[in-house]
Ligand binder design. Structure first.
Ligand SMILES: Nc1ncnc2c1ncn2[C@@H]1O[C@H](COP(=O)(O)OP(=O)(O)O)[C@@H](O)[C@H]1O
Ligand SMILES: [Mg+2]
Length: 273
């Protein structure tokens, strides 16, 4: 092949638009929600914090309301700090309630008002001016209420015009929970920053039939390839190993090199049509 042809090919190649999900325009504000509690929001938030920190970005993390934890006890932010190496000063927890309930219900039980939407919105806005990346972890799923007025993470996303990352447990039940969450986002004209599997089984465990089968259906529901899948057990790793797991488990738009097509191939699934 002559060099003229090579040159033409190169020009053709350069003209191919880079798909949005591949472009490394780092997001500066991300709300991390999920299909429910215990799906891996905290571990995914820690992974996002770890990759951003490793890339030299300054990061702040907000846990909108921590429930089920006594004063002085370690909550989600302590876990995120431990895994990502971020300083405690980068962590913000506007509200904490002892009962393991929704923030609104836990606050009510203590005769207190939950955190107000303007208060949390102002906190997050302020942080966006100081940090390259602000991560906001919600409590439970998207429509969990924070106080007596009934405001939810969806309202915060609307107020801040922020994208919402949806963390999903890949097992049986994921399709309905994900479809409901996507419908709630779409109805409000909110942007979904992607669907990430919070905990994907790895050796010696095997993903069951539901988890394997769900990959393709989740991508159809999301309308995009998976934005990431964190290996089960990564939340128990030390900081250095966690960063490796975080980069392997998050797609390029989220700071890692997870490739949904590779993931499907490794799981023995057919390529997307
Ligand atoms: N990738 C993971 N590796 C290890 N443990 C995980 C992972 N994802 C979730 N877990 C575990 O599952 C539980 C729920 O995860 P967590 O991140 O706290 O969920 P959420 O924040 O959505 O409530 C925790 O005990 C956590 O340690
Ligand atoms: Mg959590």
């Amino acid at each position: 092949m002559g060099s003229a042809t090579m040159g033409a090919l190169k020009e053709d190649y350069d003209a191919v638009p880079v798909p949005t999900a591949r472009r490394l325009v780092p997001v500066s504000l991300l709300l991390v929600s999920g299909t429910g509690t215990g799906v891996g929001k905290t571990v995914v938030t820690a992974a996002l914090a770890a990759t951003a920190r490793a890339a030299g970005r300054t990061v702040s993390v907000v846990k909108v309301a921590q429930t089920g934890v006594q004063p002085g006890e370690a909550g989600d932010l302590a876990e995120i700090a431990r895994l990502s190496g971020l300083d405690a000063a980068a962590m913000h927890e506007p509200a904490r309630y002892a009962a393991a309930l929704s923030p609104a219900a836990a606050a009510r039980l203590e005769g207190r008002a939950g955190p107000s939407l303007p208060q949390v919105q102002a906190l997050v806005r302020g942080l966006t001016g100081d940090s390259d990346l602000v991560l906001v972890e919600g409590a439970g799923g998207l429509l969990v209420q924070y106080d007596g007025s009934g405001w939810t993470l969806a309202d915060l996303a609307l107020g801040l015009t922020a994208p919402v990352l949806l963390v999903v447990d890949p097992g049986l039940g994921a399709l309905n929970h994900t479809a409901l969450s996507m419908e709630a986002l779409t109805r409000r004209d909110l942007t979904c920053a992607g669907v990430v599997l919070g905990s994907w089984p790895v050796e010696p465990d095997q993903p069951d039939l539901a988890a394997r089968s769900n990959i393709a259906d989740l991508e159809l529901i999301a309308g995009h390839p998976l934005a990431g899948a964190l290996a089960a057990g990564s939340g128990r790793l030390e900081q250095d190993a966690f960063l490796v797991a975080a980069e392997a488990g998050l797609g390029p738009a989220l700071g890692g090199w997870f490739d949904a097509a590779d993931f499907r191939r490794i799981q023995g699934l057919a390529p997307r049509a």
